[in-house]
Design a protein around this ligand. Structure first.
Ligand code: HEC
Ligand code: HEC
Length: 328
């Protein structure tokens, strides 16, 4: 270390004797005493704001370690003086959210679906809940806007296979359609008129002509006229004498240009030859009654929901039986 200042510097520089510290002329700052090929290092102090921030961080870290869980120890960590845990926070927030919802859910459970329209606030809550449940359970078949596709009915229009008031929709959702696992499922089976050889191939074509003529897709020519007789004998029992459909059996209205399985000649003839027997699951087996009520309210709200038939007047004027007799 005690070399003379004349010794040439090595490649890695050298440490001058402790007397090497000096005040740099141009900046007025002390050097650290290191020198490389004549280049020296200034001992510039750290900016004050930086040093203060650094100490503040250390103080914060010490406080944090004392107050919150921080240091891992075997199967658990230090608990911290505040007793905070992320699980505890989640539990508190979940309980608060459930508390806020439980009032609405209890009110929905207690209100028969027929009475929902009398309570607009509850109806709104039900529609919002139904919308969320629809996204989870129904969009894969009915589409995200409930507009349906071939074989899956559009739920936005006022064309209903099985009925469009709140109770009818609730029944459809609860028990499904042609769903084997539910004894009360909505059931009807249109025969396979072609495959079961009830009609010849020509008769199927004639029936298709008649069906298409009902919505103006084909002129009422000779084929359609032959088809009309076939329709009256084989089809009117379910689709109605005028082809307007039958909700008791879920038979579509054939006069409205809304097709479940397509309206081209081949599609209509195909529907007659080989009926489709579409299946919708019974949601009563998977979802709770309140969720189903909310789904029915949502589907009903989509645009085609129907009102209840007006109550029979006899019911309204019926004397109140079983009323307690006035005490003397
Ligand atoms: C696996 C596919 C599938 C899923 C999932 C499904 N549906 Fe359906 N849905 C159908 C089919 C198919 C029909 C028509 C059956 C028929 O031909 O009558 C139908 C019919 C309906 C109808 C009757 C429409 C009418 O015109 O009468 C309603 C209401 C309905 N679905 C609501 C729902 C709701 C609400 C959900 C979700 C909880 C749901 N669907 C989930 C397949 C499905
Ligand atoms: C037992 C009742 C029943 C009888 C009888 C019946 N249908 Fe149907 N039909 C239905 C039902 C229910 C559907 C709904 C489709 C399904 O099976 O999923 C349907 C669907 C159809 C469709 C498809 C409609 C669409 O929107 O895509 C056509 C077309 C049709 N029927 C024509 C006929 C003709 C023509 C006859 C007589 C030769 C006939 N049906 C007899 C019940 C019946």
């Amino acid at each position: 270390m005690a070399e003379s200042d004349n010794t040439p510097s090595g490649a890695g520089g050298k440490t001058p004797p402790s007397g090497g510290r000096r005040i740099d002329q141009s900046t007025g700052t002390e050097t650290v005493g290191h020198e490389w090929d004549g280049i020296e290092e200034l001992n510039t102090p750290l900016p004050r704001w930086w040093v203060l921030t650094f100490y503040a961080c250390i103080l914060f870290a010490i406080g944090y370690v004392i107050c919150y869980p921080a240091i891992p120890l075997g199967d658990h960590g230090t608990r911290g003086l505040l007793g905070w845990t992320s699980r505890g926070q989640l539990a508190r927030e979940t309980a608060a959210a459930n508390g806020a919802r439980s009032g609405t859910l209890a009110a929905l459970a207690a209100t028969p679906i027929e009475d929902l329209p009398k309570n607009p606030d509850l109806m709104r809550a039900a529609i919002a809940g139904g919308k969320a449940a629809f996204k989870v359970n129904c969009v894969q078949c009915h589409g995200s806007g409930a507009a349906g596709s071939i074989g899956y009915p559009n739920l936005n229009d006022d064309d209903w296979l099985w009925g469009g008031n709140l109770t009818e929709i609730q029944t459809t959702i609860t028990h499904g359609i042609r769903y084997p696992g539910d004894a009360e499922t909505r059931m009807s089976l249109m025969p396979n008129f072609g495959a079961d050889k009830i009609l010849t191939a020509d008769q199927v074509q004639d029936a298709a002509s008649f069906v298409r003529s009902l919505s103006g897709l084909e002129p009422k020519g000779a084929a359609a006229q032959r088809g009309a007789a076939i329709f009256a004998a084989n089809c009117a029992v379910c689709h109605g004498p005028e082809g307007k459909g039958g909700r008791m059996v879920g038979a579509p209205n054939l006069t409205d240009k809304i097709w479940l399985y397509g309206g081209s000649r081949d599609q209509v003839a195909g529907s007659i030859s080989n009926a489709h027997h579409g299946v919708m699951p019974a949601w009563g087996q998977r979802l709770d009654p309140v969720t189903i009520k909310m789904l029915a309210a949502y589907v009903h709200s989509l645009g085609g929901g129907e009102d209840f038939a007006p109550a029979a007047p006899a019911e309204a004027t019926a004397p109140a039986t079983g009323a307690p007799a006035a005490k003397p």
